[in-house]
Write a protein that binds this ligand. Structure first.
Ligand SMILES: [Zn+2]
Length: 453
């Protein structure tokens, strides 16, 4: 007797789409086969539906309008079953304090399973805590190569030193790659000249200064022998740099986000401060280059960079905070824009939103796949349901979505975590605190990922 059997659906997993039934017991997938026999407490009819491993969003910031519980709820409504949050340790604070606080809050409130990245703002004082963080199950560490004016930027001396420390303990470096001092100079010059702030914003963060930082980070990480994960790639210029590093056998991973695949800098002129995100939205040609890089395997993951902040369209552009809500819309927007247009195959979408995130952070095959023995984290998608994205029906506490009025075809209608239904017909059935903390293992992850290639 199984707990649940899902019958008649098309399972998308490990690079293929197959007509299979799935049986679940004690929170795990126990059998995947055509026409499974045997009773179950609940049988779900999935004819005409796709069954995917639960979506994994490895880039969320639960420190703004949505806290750890709120972020997990918004994510769960979008078909996500695992999130990896940035535990930000602001200057003057300790990395381990941030990690312990995030873990405690997540265990109390998260409705889905979660892991943590360390977010370092003051490498000089925080990098020595990295070995302890790795022992605590936090094995990836983000650093900023930009935001000098905000005092978030790390210089090359500290970046090199930190890659060296991370390499020694088997962790993974992560960077926000933009040349922060060069963009700050350009910003000062344009503002002095009295240019419109929106125009200046777009003009002073050119793609070349992102690609330069991508290249510099790859070089330093490679010299240190440190695997590197580059968050939120936005531009065609980045792709060549990344492809060259990958062809040279460097252990470097690339991520992009739904906003860089589907929106352009036009949003800045239309929606003002609401569309202020870093790095900036770029051109249609960049959107296209990112889709191609996802399809060809140069970019490995899609994640949301969910950072909902209190903003209005008409806020002073340069005073306004960076960031936008994105986790709940991520899957439906990427599914509609990628699959319905033929830019991406469904098996590849599952690789970049489930399998690769799980592999890279050492969570595979517990997460990211539906093999016997894996956690029964899955999402059932009805490809025939049309829906319109509106802030009014979103679950983030942000007052807007950049996708307002966008029509999408295809929707998550049911999802499960460890065999329990957590989302069904738009209703959340996951109590606060159901989510478990997942230690990551990026040393295993980097090995596992490249062995699978
Ligand atoms: Zn971010």
């Amino acid at each position: 007797m199984f707990d649940t059997v899902i019958k008649g659906g098309l399972i998308v997993d490990q690079g293929v789409i197959r007509r299979r039934d799935a049986a679940i017991a004690d929170g795990k997938v126990v059998e995947v086969a055509p026409d499974l026999a045997g009773g179950a407490k609940r049988t779900i009819d999935a004819h005409g539906k796709y069954i995917l491993p639960g979506i994994i969003d490895v880039h969320t910031h639960p420190v703004y309008l949505d806290d750890l519980q709120g972020t997990s709820e918004a994510a769960a409504h979008g078909g996500i079953t695992t999130v990896i949050h940035y535990a930000y340790a602001k200057p003057g604070t300790k990395l381990m304090d941030a990690i312990n606080q995030f873990r405690t809050k997540g265990e109390a409130g998260s409705v889905i399973d979660f892991a943590l990245h360390g977010g370092l703002f003051d490498l000089e004082h925080q990098s020595q805590e990295i070995p302890r963080a790795v022992q605590a199950g936090v094995t990836s560490f983000k650093m900023f190569m930009t935001y000098a004016k905000l005092k978030w930027m790390s210089d090359d001396y500290q970046l090199m030193r930190t890659f060296d420390i991370i390499a020694q303990v088997g962790g993974m470096g992560m960077v926000h790659a933009e040349n922060g001092l060069a963009t700050d100079y350009l910003e000062d010059k344009y503002l002095k000249a009295g240019r419109d702030p929106k125009e200046a914003f777009v003009a002073t963060r050119p793609a070349l200064l992102e690609a330069e930082a991508v290249n510099r980070a790859i070089a330093m990480a490679q010299v240190a022998g440190c695997p590197l994960y580059i968050v939120h790639l936005t531009a065609r210029e980045d792709i060549e740099v990344l492809a060259r590093a990958r062809n040279s056998g460097y252990r470097v991973f690339g991520e992009t986000c739904p906003q860089y695949l589907t929106l352009t800098s036009e949003e800045v002129f239309k929606n003002g401060a609401l569309a202020k995100i870093g790095p900036p939205l770029r051109s249609e040609d960049d959107n296209q280059a990112l889709w191609e890089a996802l399809a060809s395997g140069v970019i490995d993951t899609i994640a949301s960079d969910h950072a909902p902040k209190p903003k209005t369209k008409d806020d002073d552009f340069f005073e306004a905070a960076y960031g936008s809500p994105s986790t709940e819309t991520m899957f439906p927007v990427v599914y509609d824009a990628g699959i319905n247009s033929g830019k991406l195959s469904l098996p590849r979408l599952v690789q970049v939103m489930c399998e690769n995130p799980a592999r890279i952070f050492g969570l595979y095959p517990q997460k990211g796949t539906l093999q016997p023995g894996s956690d029964a984290d899955l999402v059932i998608v009805d490809p025939t349901v049309p829906h319109t994205i509106e802030q009014a029906t979103q679950h983030s506490h942000a007052s807007y979505t950049l996708y307002e009025g966008r029509s999408c075809l295809g929707k998550p209608i049911l999802s499960m975590q460890r065999g329990k239904v957590i989302l069904e017909d738009g209703e959340l059935h996951a109590p606060a605190g159901q989510g478990k903390f997942l230690p990551t293992d990026t040393q295993k992850g980097a090995k596992d990922f490249f062995a699978a290639k």
